[in-house]
Structures are given as structure tokens and as C-alpha cells.
Design a protein around this ligand. Structure first.
Ligand code: GDP
Ligand code: MG
Length: 202
């Protein structure tokens, strides 16, 4: 195997609403208790340019975000604001620039087994209204496509988390310099990852 999954890294951003709701500790706890390791952390107010660049790092993101929104409206029997995915995405980008630069955020890099997938699972679906109970977006907030689009703003869902390994690999260097990411060991990594688990007394 080229690269062991235990070295996988993902980007998480606690968005301005997460900081305002004083959920920083709660959110970090949820990722930390899985065994994932925090290898980078900073607080900043992003510029609109940083946000636009961040969301356009993946050229296929626009189409995907538009399609996801349209299908979510149709599933609920509601009318989407447009049937053109790229048109939907263009207005999402405008809203996201305002939302994400509206105040301090916490940017983090988490490392560990299947970090991208595990973090997405804990974070929950994009729309808090339909996110599963037990996920951060399902437990701590209630926003919807319908409310956000009615008020021409981004869905307030507390967190950004990389959607795939490829996305993470582009997003991490957008937010962190190499030297800001720390390599260190924590004892529980042995229990999580060592091929032989042998702690019996002798
Ligand atoms: P994520 O990966 O789950 O965060 O979702 P996406 O990458 O698809 O979208 C990025 C962010 O844009 C989401 O977290 C929401 O804050 C916002 N967003 C996505 N789709 C829509 C939409 O159709 N309408 C509005 N108003 N906001 C959206
Ligand atoms: Mg995304």
C-alpha cells in the first residue's frame, strides 16, 4: 500500500456562527474523542478572496453543490430557486464570501485513520434540517436550503469539512503553511494502530 490511511489529513473550519454560538469546545471534543489527532489550529477572520479561492479549488464543486441543492428541494416537494446547478452555485459563492468573512473562524487540520470520511460522518449533512441526530449539524443547529435561499444567504451549518481526500489535499495548503502542521505522537495511537495489541501483565 502506498500510503497508510492512518496518515490521512483533513481540513475543518468552525464557521463564524460556530464561534458565535460558543461551540468551539464541543465541536473539537467530538472529533478528538474518536482518536483523531489535531495537527494544526489557528483563529482568523478570512478575507472574501480567501473564501472564493477556497471554494473554487475544485473545478467540479460548483456543479456538485448546485445539483445537491436542487435534488434536496425536489425530494421535499419544494421548488428550487433555479434548475441550473451552476446558477445556484454562483449565488451560493456570493453568499459564502459574506458569511465566512463575517467574523473569526477556527481552522484546523485533523489527522488519523480515514480522517476525511470520519470527520464528514461526525459533521453530518450540509443541510442541518435534514442532518442526522448525533451529528454536529444535526444536534446544534436547524437551518435549511429554504430559509437560507429565501433570505439570500448561505446555509449556517457551523462547520466546513473537506469532502474528499483530493479536496483535503488542495484545501490544507490553502489555509496552512507546511511548518504550521506539527508531527508528534500521542500514546493512544499505539492502541489504535499497532498491528499487535499486547498489554497483558507478565
Ligand atoms: P459542505 O461540504 O457540506 O459544507 O457543502 P458544500 O460544499 O456543498 O457547500 C458549501 C457551503 O455552502 C455549505 O456548507 C453551505 O454553507 C453553503 N450552501 C451549499 N449549498 C447551498 C444552497 O443551495 N443554498 C445556500 N443558501 N447555501 C448553500
Ligand atoms: Mg464541501
Amino acid at each position: 500500500m502506498a500510503h497508510h490511511p492512518k496518515h490521512e489529513r483533513t481540513l475543518v473550519i468552525i464557521k463564524p456562527d460556530g464561534v458565535q454560538r460558543t461551540l468551539i469546545g464541543e465541536i473539537i471534543k467530538r472529533y478528538e474523542r474518536t482518536g483523531l489527532k489535531l495537527v494544526g489550529l489557528k483563529m482568523l477572520v478570512p478575507t472574501e478572496e480567501m473564501i472564493e479561492e477556497h471554494y473554487l479549488l475544485d473545478p467540479s464543486w460548483k456543479k456538485k453543490v448546485g445539483e445537491k441543492a436542487i435534488s434536496s428541494y425536489l425530494k421535499k416537494g419544494e421548488k428550487p430557486p433555479s434548475t441550473d446547478p451552476v446558477e445556484v452555485a454562483d449565488s451560493v459563492v456570493v453568499s459564502l464570501k459574506k458569511y465566512m468573512s463575517s467574523g473569526p473562524v477556527i481552522a484546523m487540520v485533523w489527522e488519523g485513520g480515514h480522517a476525511v470520511e470520519v470527520v464528514r460522518k461526525i459533521t453530518g449533512d450540509t443541510e442541518p434540517r435534514s442532518a442526522t441526530i448525533g451529528t454536529i449539524r444535526g444536534d446544534f443547529v436547524l437551518d435549511s436550503y429554504q430559509m437560507a435561499d429565501t433570505d439570500t444567504r448561505a446555509i449556517r451549518n457551523l462547520i466546513h469539512a473537506s469532502g474528499s481526500i483530493a479536496e483535503a489535499e488542495k484545501e490544507i495548503p490553502h489555509w496552512f503553511l507546511k511548518k504550521e502542521l506539527l508531527n508528534y505522537r500521542v500514546p493512544h495511537e499505539a492502541t489504535l494502530y499497532e498491528p499487535v495489541l499486547d498489554t497483558a501483565p507478565r
